[in-house]
Design a protein around this ligand. Structure first.
Ligand code: FUB
Length: 314
């Protein structure tokens, strides 16, 4: 009775639940998937693509979805908008959350209000994986990392990872790949920012560990093969390298210049989340700024290498 009464008082409707295969979200365009597992559920963070016409990108908010079986998805709605960072003006670009001591920290890129900065990385925090998230710092965590070239897009696509010793690491970048350990407050660095070169690296790094091997999956371009981004990966014996290039993980996303990995183990299976631009919604075709998030099974060989992935409708 108490539960029914409480439910009757609530003003927000229950989240909508949908059963889907690929693409996962079919009523809006979504990009840059970031999956995490918490308490037996998989939570999927995406940017909401709202580009019109030939507009390159117009990502207006971050949203979260969750599932416990990879088939039935609950839409938890928007969790934050770029202007919730008071120093940002637009662009809910790629993000990744991580839990520490019951708090969820969301690292993400937005357009800074200082035009000399361009994209910068902010950190938001919430008590719940479904938000709402709010700015944890009041200013950018990372801006102007590129000290010998243009700043415009160098600070994007953060990936955050907890190593076995309890140290949290942030990697990020476009063209250059940067990294640094986070301090225990999660809003500052414990050591100077460093840079690492990975073969074909362009953007969208995703760091994870399986058994004793560290993996960096990322979007890259090999112009001799394709003018669009494809997924590649490197492996290392430690979180900071040395990295060995392992080749291609997945070909270009259908109809999409970009592709962006998010990899997670869930209930004993590994999954690769990514986006392409093959979805048409109510007569509006997919495009560079109208992408759709998808997932595929990921299979490892005995030596730790990953079997190439192809897009399916499952
Ligand atoms: O969604 C905007 C940008 O496109 C991301 O930051 C890149 O990874 C690419 O997906």
């Amino acid at each position: 009775i108490a539960i029914i009464a409480l439910a009757g008082c609530t003003s927000t409707p229950p989240p909508a639940t949908t059963q889907t295969s690929n693409p996962i979200i079919t009523n809006i365009f979504t990009a840059d998937p970031a999956p995490i597992v918490h308490d037996g559920r998989l939570y999927l963070y995406v940017g909401h693509d709202e580009a019109t016409g030939d507009q390159m990108f117009n990502i207006t908010e971050w949203r979260v979805y969750s599932t416990d079986d990879m088939q039935t998805w609950t839409d938890h709605g928007p969790i934050m908008k770029p202007k919730d960072f008071k120093w940002a003006i637009r662009d809910a670009w790629a993000s990744e959350p991580i839990e520490r001591d019951g708090k969820f920290w969301l690292y993400t890129a937005v357009e800074h209000d200082d035009t000399d900065v361009g994209k910068a990385i902010g950190v938001a925090v919430s008590d719940s994986p479904t938000g709402p998230f709010h700015d944890a710092l009041g200013h950018a965590l990372v801006a102007n990392s590129n000290t010998d070239g243009p700043h415009v897009w160098d600070d994007i696509d953060p990936t955050v990872f907890e190593d076995d010793d309890g140290t949290f690491w942030l990697y990020w970048g476009n063209a250059n790949l940067y990294y640094a350990p986070l301090a225990p407050d999660m809003t500052s660095f414990a050591a100077p920012i460093q840079k690492v070169d990975l073969t074909n690296f362009e953007e969208g790094p995703w760091l994870f560990k399986r058994d004793s091997l560290y993996y960096m999956a990322y979007a890259g371009i090999d112009e001799a093969e394709n003018e669009n981004e494809q997924l590649y990966y490197s492996t290392a014996p430690t979180v900071t390298g040395p990295w060995t290039y392992r080749g291609k993980l997945m070909g270009p996303g259908e109809n999409s210049f970009t592709i962006h990995p998010g990899i997670v183990e869930f209930k004993g299976d590994w999954y690769l989340f990514y986006h392409n631009a093959a979805l048409n919604i109510d007569g509006e075709d997919g495009a560079i700024g109208r992408r759709s998030v998808r997932a595929e099974h990921l299979y490892f060989n005995e030596d730790g290498t990953i079997q190439p992935v192809t897009a399916t409708a499952e």
